[in-house]
Ligand binder design. Structure first.
Ligand SMILES: C[S@@+](CC[C@H](N)C(=O)[O-])C[C@H]1O[C@@H](n2cnc3c(N)ncnc32)[C@H](O)[C@@H]1O
Length: 328
């Protein structure tokens, strides 16, 4: 193994990521609908022409932007993800990663103290603009996963779904769109649900998707559901709180009802998949006690909550872990 090359490769990782985040944040990709020279693009965005040229060259080298005769454009495949009017625009997610980069600069502090350096819940309950951006990022990221889970789990039989910590309600909305008999409730804190209601209106599903305000760590979650989802929620809390939440979610299910957990899920040693091990550090920076829980541990919580037929699999989305079980 060429150790030196490997170290250099790892160290260089932050630079292409920062190039992508910067270009997205500056709105550069929106100016690449038609081939244009760097000075023209820079003038339109009030940027320095020489520095913009260097950034565009890097993005070209990364295989995102195309360059012909000194003119740059964004090829078709990238447009729907990187241009503001693209149908799968990921700009909010990219912006969230740029925000997270600042938290990662505080990594030595977290590793030294074991305490988070900022709080994701303060972010969600605080500045409305940042909260909106976070929730929009959740939505952008979730759409792909909803389709993949829907293809792997028999959701069509469900009539009443509870989306616990549903954020924008993406899973409830996408699955309600797929299954016309499904009624869903998105459970979250009040400021987040204001954003969820915007999404519900956008999907035109006001008659079938409703919201419920509450703290899912307090009291019960209701009853009568035949589908309960915990998507990207358990990692925000310690094993003790997350297992209690799984028990509460199981209690909300009708017999034969199904629990689905989607989220980061490491192996027993906590080292793999690497993305999940990295995420465990990430969430340590942002929450007191949160972590990417090991899949085997979560399976134990599900079984202790009285559920059967526990089945886990991975999907080609972020995050990859899915665990599902049925109430006997
Ligand atoms: C990472 S987001 C996941 C959103 C959505 N399920 C998804 O996967 O796209 C976590 C959500 O859990 C909500 N949440 C966290 N703690 C909560 C609590 N104690 N009570 C209610 N909602 C909570 C947050 O407001 C946020 O919307």
């Amino acid at each position: 193994m060429d150790y030196e090359k490997q170290i250099a490769g790892i160290l260089n990782g932050f630079q292409p990521a920062t190039a992508l985040m910067t270009a997205s944040g500056l709105g550069l990709f929106d100016e690449l609908k038609k081939p244009a020279a760097a000075p023209k693009i820079a003038k339109k965005l009030d940027l320095d022409p020489q520095a913009s040229l260097r950034l565009l060259n890097v993005l070209t080298g990364m295989g995102i932007v195309a360059k012909e005769d000194d003119r740059f454009y964004l090829p078709e495949g990238w447009r729907k993800f990187l241009q503001r009017d693209g149908e799968r625009y990921l700009g909010q997610w990219i912006a969230l990663m740029a925000d997270l980069q600042k938290a990662w600069m505080e990594l030595p502090q977290y590793i030294g103290s074991g305490h988070n350096v900022t709080s994701v819940m303060d972010m969600l309950g605080g500045d409305p603009e940042r909260m909106r951006a976070f929730i929009d990022a959740m939505h952008d990221k979730a759409v792909k996963a909803t389709g993949m889970i829907a293809r792997a789990v028999p959701l069509g039989q469900a009539r009443r779904m509870l989306d616990v910590g549903g954020g924008p309600g993406t899973y409830a909305l996408e699955w309600a769109r797929l299954h016309p008999a499904l009624q869903a409730t998105v459970f979250d804190i009040a400021p987040v649900l204001e954003v969820a209601r915007d999404y519900i209106r956008r999907y035109k599903l006001e008659d079938r998707v409703t919201t419920q305000t509450g703290d899912f760590n307090q009291g019960d979650l209701g009853t009568g559901y035949d589908l309960v989802l915990l998507a990207n929620v358990l990692h925000m809390y310690s094993a003790e709180m997350a297992s209690a939440l799984v028990a509460r979610a199981a209690a909300a299910l009708e017999p034969e009802g199904r629990l689905i957990i989607h989220g980061f899920a490491t192996d027993e040693g906590g080292t793999s998949p690497l993305e999940d091990a990295i995420f465990s550090v990430n969430i340590g920076l942002l929450t007191e006690g949160g972590r990417a829980h090991p899949l085997a541990e979560m399976t134990g919580w599900v079984t202790s909550a009285g559920l059967a037929e526990a089945r886990s699999f991975r999907i080609d989305a972020i995050p990859t872990g899915v665990l599902t079980a049925v109430k006997p």
